[in-house]
Design a protein around this ligand. Structure first.
Ligand code: ADP
Ligand code: MG
Length: 262
């Protein structure tokens, strides 16, 4: 949440703390020792060229990929430490606290919009249908889709699908939200409605890690911009600094390429 100061003792401890994170696929090293912290209510935007390890970094943060070296503490749990992962039961509990939104929306095609949102709370939080429906309707209002509650996913635009995916993630009451290129699959005219919802979440104090090429969003909403290249963080800082005075030549080249794309 841009410009917001931490003001309680709990707020002064990082909600995500990463030390020496390493990940390889076979002998291909994809993350080569990442150190990073996210404070509660911070919005971190991760940028960098394709293949630099951004998705793998996010996926390690909710246990979708297992890191083989280093340590991740997130939402009060040690997710991985020296290659040892949380046991499955704790991993499932952690995934409820760390929501993730992907480029491809991954909605359940056979369920209505409302049932997509209520499935997790009913199965995993033990809510009854009435309570889950009531919570879902609040979330669907938040993402501007009250009128689509009974619709099937196939009838929605990409922007609407992604807003349902965000509502579905929020239904688990996560403490951190991870977004991996949430607008990259959308037609350009639909990008804004998804970014608008993300801005609303940021303004409400949600802690967010967002991989995106939307530099306008990063400038407006990010507290910290992280630049990845070759499996590492090559620099990080406030958006005005990263965008106007990057220290690394590779950051300048990347920004130039993104900002001048056709
Ligand atoms: P980015 O999101 O920045 O484009 P990724 O994290 O997707 O980068 O990928 C980083 C590198 O890891 C790439 O070279 C990619 O080919 C490789 N990679 C990613 N996932 C896998 C996988 N499941 N198996 C093998 N290699 C992978
Ligand atoms: Mg990626």
């Amino acid at each position: 949440m841009k410009g917001q100061q931490a003001n309680t003792a709990a707020d002064t401890a990082p909600i995500v703390r990463i030390r020496g994170l390493r990940k390889a696929f076979g002998d291909h090293v994809v993350l080569n020792g990442i150190d990073f912290e996210v404070m509660p209510s911070q919005v971190v935007v991760v940028i960098g060229p394709s293949g630099s390890g951004k998705s793998t970094f996010l996926r390690c943060c909710n246990g979708l990929e297992q890191a083989e070296g280093g340590r991740i503490d997130i939402c009060g749990r040690t997710l991985v430490d020296g290659g040892r992962m949380l046991p499955d039961a704790d991993l499932n509990a952690l995934r409820e606290e760390v929501g993730m939104v992907f480029q491809s929306f991954n909605l359940f095609p056979h369920l209505t919009v409302r049932d997509n949102v209520t499935l997790g709370p009913r199965k995993l939080r033990g809510l009854g249908r009435a309570e889950a429906d009531a919570e879902a309707d609040v979330l669907l209002r938040k993402v501007g889709l009250t009128h689509k509650a009974e619709a099937m996913p196939a009838s929605l635009s990409g922007g609407q699908k992604q807003r349902v995916a965000i509502a579905r993630a929020l239904a688990m009451k996560p403490r951190v939200m991870l977004f991996d290129e949430p607008t990259s699959a959308l037609d350009p005219e639909l990008v804004g409605e998804v970014l608008q919802v993300m801005k609303l979440l940021a303004s409400e104090g949600m802690t967010m890690m967002v991989v995106t090429h939307e530099m306008g969003f990063a400038k407006e909403v990010a507290d910290v911009v992280v630049v990845m290249d070759g499996g590492g963080i090559i620099e990080s800082g406030p958006p005005d600094v990263i965008f106007s005075q990057p220290t690394q030549a590779r950051t300048r080249e990347f920004l130039q390429a993104v900002l001048t794309r056709a």
